[in-house]
Design a protein around this ligand. Structure first.
Ligand code: SAM
Length: 231
């Protein structure tokens, strides 16, 4: 296998919980690149250590320094370095930083190489039992301004809808869905995917609210999937 990486921006997916979900190609690319740009150098340093990937050069790249760091990273690649972008979990750019960097690279005629792997949305959808033929991923709903309009609009879509939500807001989200479409649609909450407590809660809004209230809330990371609106 060729170990010398050509200068490029590599968008590398990492696991969302279970470390076995890293790909062989991701390991090789992370091992052989010159620099790894990540959201949190401490978090990614630990991940690389657990994966037995010795790495020397980690730099931070996050929402608030995206513009400045993108210029720096593009310069490094232009000078012949291979740079990997990883996020704290899953596929970079998917509700994570990186959009600006990829666009800067394209503008500067720099090669962008995706190294595919896990993303919570596809992992959740594949086992949800809801229709996968036509779906819309909307990321996180706004927390305050525009939230109601956003939720009302996505519920009008005639596709399966996938969103990310914090466990602290799940009861609020279900109450909001009840206001919008009552008990008409099936929902799947995928919790702690690929981890020890992985589970799928399936039911109508009322059924899920009852389960969650009996448990006095839900912990961990969640993906929420809503069945398509029937016309
Ligand atoms: N880039 C990631 C991806 O490819 O899925 C998503 C990053 S986003 C900042 C984090 C959100 O993804 C969490 O709040 C949760 O909604 C979802 N998520 C990430 N890991 C998960 C897991 N193991 N189980 C369920 N949801 C998860």
């Amino acid at each position: 296998m060729e170990n010398n990486l050509e200068p490029a921006l590599y968008i590398v997916s990492t696991p969302i919980g279970n470390l076995e979900d890293i790909t062989l190609r991701a390991i090789r690319v992370l091992q052989n690149c010159d620099i790894i740009a990540c959201e949190d150098t401490r978090h990614s340093g630990l991940l690389l250590q657990k994966l037995n990937i010795p790495h020397k050069s980690l730099i931070s790249y996050y929402d608030y320094n995206e513009s400045e760091k993108s210029v720096e990273i593009i310069k490094m690649i232009s000078e012949g370095k291979s740079v990997c972008l990883i996020s704290d979990a899953g596929t970079p750019l998917i509700s994570d930083p990186g959009y600006k960097l990829v666009n800067e690279a394209i503008t500067n005629n720099i090669k962008v190489v995706p190294i595919p792997g896990v993303s919570a949305l596809i992992t959740a959808l594949s086992a949800s039992g809801l229709s996968v033929h036509n779906f819309t991923f909307v990321g996180f709903a706004p927390q305050k301004k525009g939230r109601k309009t956003f939720l009302t609009n996505i519920c009008m879509l005639e596709t399966t809808i996938i969103l990310y939500e914090s466990c602290h807001r799940i009861e609020k989200l279900l109450a909001e869905f009840y206001e919008i479409f009552g008990d008409e649609r099936k929902i799947c909450i995928a919790r702690e995917l690929t981890k020890f407590y992985e589970e799928f809660l399936r039911g109508t809004v009322s059924e899920l609210r009852e389960i969650i209230s009996k448990r006095k809330g839900l912990k961990g990371e969640l993906v929420v999937i809503i069945d398509a609106k029937k016309n």
